[in-house]
Structures are given as structure tokens and as C-alpha cells.
Write a protein of this length. Structure first.
Length: 243
């Protein structure tokens, strides 16, 4: 018998968007409902809906208010959100290579000290994690991953950096992340990957999607440089592997 789902909160976001909120905290079950609703909205092909943006715990739905009003769309979204969740299917799983430590992961030593383990143990624990792309945002291709092992979870930096390198793999709170473009960050930098999760002129432009599974693999500096040249030429570098 399917579990009875609680109705989401339907919240206005300006005059042309609705937030469908399933939880007020980061929650795996809520994220599953977010991604399921996102797929249902796409399948319905509602003419008034112009874009959807899935997050950890809510779905932002942009719409044309000349075609449907807030109450009408809110009722439809609630109806879809209360449909039984589909059977879980094997997700696409990507293996992402990472050059840990050194100039590629300048916080690795500090993270090891904070966790009272060695840098090699930090890498081993991070590689052993089973991750899922929960959402993409902040900057193009920035992939927020759930599944960080509990023994790796730690607060963010007290002083965020104004600029961190493209390809940074980092941890912050209960999350790990794949940062595509150079930008600010308050997370702890463990390493870098040559994988471009976002690359103009490549098909697809965005490599990862919410719901994808992620496995990390450690590589040395020479391999990272070779992969970086290949990725610059448009290769995925990340490998699709059996889930």
C-alpha cells in the first residue's frame, strides 16, 4: 500500500512563479518528491508553465499569469505532488576523477586536522561516498550533492574566499559539491576535477542532471592535466558506469 503523502506548501514567488515546498530542511525524501514533481510537470506539458527549477526541498515553477492564475496553478501542482511516487529506477552514475590535495585542494590538510584523521583518510572517505545530484544552481553547472558520509560533515569556513578555482571539489555542512566555474565559496576545498559540468558549444551543455548518481575517483596530477586538456577540447572525461 502506497504511503499517504502530505501536501506541500504552495508559496508565491513574485507575480509569475510558485514555490512548491516539501520540507524546510535538507531532506532526501523531500528531494525525491521534488524531482518526481519536476518530471510530472514536464510530462503534463502545461502551456502556462515556462520553466521549473528543482532544489533540495522545493520546486520553483515559473508561469505565464496571463494563461493561469496563482490559485489555479497551485491546485494543479498540489494534485500532481500528491500522486504516488514512482518506483525508484537506477539512476545514471558518473565516475568523476579528482586530483586531491596540494594546490588543487588547499584545505585538505586543515580538514584532516579538524576531523583528527590523515589527509589520505579524508580522501578515502570522500571517495567511498555514494552521492546524488540534489540540485544545480548558484553558478552554471554548480552541482550540489547529497550523500556526504556523516563522519565527513563539518561547518563551512568562517571566512569565505572571493575566488576559488574552476573544477573545485569541496565540502560544506552535510554536502559536497562540484564547482564548474571559478567563483566565490565558503566551502572546504579538497581537490579539483577536469570535468566540465557546464561547457558552451558542447552537446550537452550541462553534463549532470538532478537525480544522477556520482562516484569520485582519485587521480594524480599528471592525469589531471591530461584530462584537463581533453575536457577543454569538449570530452566529458567523466565516465558513465553501471549503477
Amino acid at each position: 500500500m502506497a504511503a499517504v503523502l502530505s501536501p506541500p506548501r504552495i508559496l508565491p514567488s513574485g507575480d509569475a512563479a510558485i514555490t512548491v515546498e516539501f520540507s524546510r530542511t535538507i531532506d532526501e525524501d523531500a528531494n525525491r518528491r521534488v524531482l518526481a514533481l519536476d518530471k510530472l510537470v514536464a510530462a503534463e506539458a502545461l502551456p502556462a508553465v515556462t520553466e521549473t527549477v528543482p532544489t533540495y526541498r522545493s520546486l520553483l515553477v515559473h508561469y505565464d499569469p496571463l494563461q493561469i492564475d496563482f490559485d489555479g496553478l497551485g491546485e494543479k501542482l498540489t494534485e500532481l505532488a500528491l500522486k504516488p511516487l514512482p518506483e525508484a529506477k537506477a539512476a545514471r552514475r558518473w565516475r568523476i576523477p579528482v586530483a586531491y590535495g596540494g594546490e588543487n585542494g588547499i584545505d585538505l590538510e586543515d580538514v584532516a586536522k579538524a576531523l583528527s584523521i590523515t589527509p589520505d583518510e579524508v580522501v578515502s572517505r570522500h571517495v567511498a561516498g555514494d552521492y546524488k545530484v540534489a540540485m544545480i544552481g548558484f553558478t552554471p553547472g554548480w552541482s550540489y550533492l547529497s550523500g556526504l558520509p556523516s563522519e565527513m560533515q563539518m561547518g563551512r569556513r568562517q571566512n569565505p574566499r572571493l575566488l576559488t578555482p574552476a573544477g573545485t571539489i569541496s565540502i560544506g555542512g552535510i554536502q559536497t559539491g562540484v564547482q564548474c566555474l571559478a567563483g566565490p565559496s565558503g566551502w572546504h576545498l579538497l581537490g579539483r576535477t577536469a570535468v566540465r559540468t557546464y561547457q558552451l558549444g558542447r552537446d550537452p551543455t550541462f553534463l549532470l542532471e538532478p537525480g544522477d548518481a556520482i562516484t569520485f575517483a582519485a587521480v594524480d596530477e599528471q592525469t589531471f592535466k591530461e584530462q584537463d586538456r581533453a575536457a577543454d577540447a569538449g570530452e566529458f572525461v567523466a565516465e558513465l558506469i553501471p549503477s
